[in-house]
Write a protein that binds this ligand. Structure first.
Ligand code: PLP
Length: 282
């Protein structure tokens, strides 16, 4: 397929990244993952806004504006005939002789993007998944969607080894988010999720869910909750671009509620599905 390197669409086999790219050596860059439903990039503008914000937070000047990047996305979808899948996009601080200090203005950031066919996780969305709890050992700027994912990788690997889909992270007992998702509890008909501080990534799916709650009179608070609240929740779900609204039916081997996706989680899944379809018919 075709991939984007800076503003050039080329064959993937022709793409070359230097071994001294700062993304490769320092993880000095930021990224986004955007879902494509039926040939349309879902919430692309919100993702690109966050992409630009992540770049700004690491003091990197993005070489393209939002409209140019929207055009790149459209081009990638069309050229690769992508119907259902995702777009991965990242920008690094460029290629230069290895040195922690930022390069000068003559060194340009390196933007890369490619598409992938991915099916929606239908079976998991319907039956729910297992999760485990793990220590949140990440840095204090989790609001930046940075390339440095080692703690997330280690947590996800441990989850997989325990037969779990996700590791839900906590700092000293306060639940932050999943290793690659946001986390929610439902208690007495009320949805709770960690506020959008430096300790979590403010998910685009999270923002859609908060809007859906507000528009449909579902009580929701952005409030930190404890491991105890997680273990005794009526329902747990996680959210991300690829996992959508994913029910968690087992935590550390213990059933949550009756061990099936809960009513509020299912309601939000329906509303989310309607949102996907509404965007399509626009
Ligand atoms: N939190 C983390 C740490 C993530 O890596 C992700 C996405 O991969 C999310 C939350 C969910 O964000 P989004 O809904 O924008 O995909």
């Amino acid at each position: 397929g075709k991939v984007l390197v800076n503003d050039q669409l080329i064959e993937r086999t022709e793409a070359v990244i230097d071994i001294e790219d700062r993304g490769y050596q320092f993880g000095d860059g930021v990224y986004e993952v955007i879902r494509v439903y039926d040939g349309d990039a879902f919430t692309a503008e919100e993702h690109l806004d966050r992409f630009l914000q992540s770049a700004e937070k690491i003091k990197m000047k993005m070489p393209y504006d939002k409209q140019q990047m929207l055009d790149f996305i459209d081009l990638l979808i069309k050229e690769n005939h992508l119907h259902d899948g995702s777009i991965y996009m990242q920008v690094t601080r460029g290629t230069t002789s290895r040195n922690h200090i930022f390069p000068g203005n003559d060194i340009k950031p390196v933007l890369t993007a490619y598409t992938k066919e991915v099916e929606r996780p239908k079976e998991k969305l319907e039956n729910g998944v297992k999760a485990m709890v793990a220590d949140d050992i990440r840095w204090l700027r989790c609001d930046i969607k940075s390339l440095n994912l080692l703690p997330n990788v280690l947590a996800k690997q441990e989850a997989m080894e325990q037969g779990c889909y996700e590791a839900i992270l906590h700092r000293d007992g306060t639940v932050t988010e999943g290793s690659s998702s946001n986390a929610y509890v439902v208690k007495d008909g009320k949805v709770m999720t960690h506020p959008a501080t430096n300790l979590i990534l403010n998910g685009i799916t999270r923002q859609v869910i908060l809007q859906l709650c507000q528009a449909n009179q579902i009580p929701v608070t952005e409030e930190a909750f404890q491991l105890e609240d997680l273990r005794t929740a009526d329902e747990i779900f996680i959210s991300s671009t690829t996992s959508e609204v994913m029910p968690v039916v087992q935590l550390d081997g213990q059933s949550i509620g009756d061990g099936k996706p809960g009513p509020l989680t299912k309601k939000l899944q329906t509303l989310f599905q309607e949102k996907i379809e509404a965007v399509k018919t626009q």
